[in-house]
Design a protein around this ligand. Sequence first.
Ligand SMILES: [Zn+2]
Length: 89
Amino acid sequence: MGIICKECGSDALCKSGFVVGKQRYLCKVCGMNFTEGDSRKKHSSRVIRAAIELYVEGNGFRHISRLLKKIFDVDVCYQLCYSLDKVSS
Ligand SMILES: [Zn+2]
């Protein structure tokens, strides 16, 4: 269906009811709840890749989120870090 998590970009979603007539989804990776057509922007794959590289290099989550803010001007929340933890393990 082409629907991905607005938070971490995963397509491992399950349906979790409806909100004002729109399908609501729950992300199995980061636990984010969102509705179809939600305007919250997802992190681009560039940001995710950079985050993973920084993480693999041994940077702490707080340091990573500061760097990503500086480089890409995005706010990275702990859910992304949580999914990084899974990717790298
Ligand atoms: Zn997610």
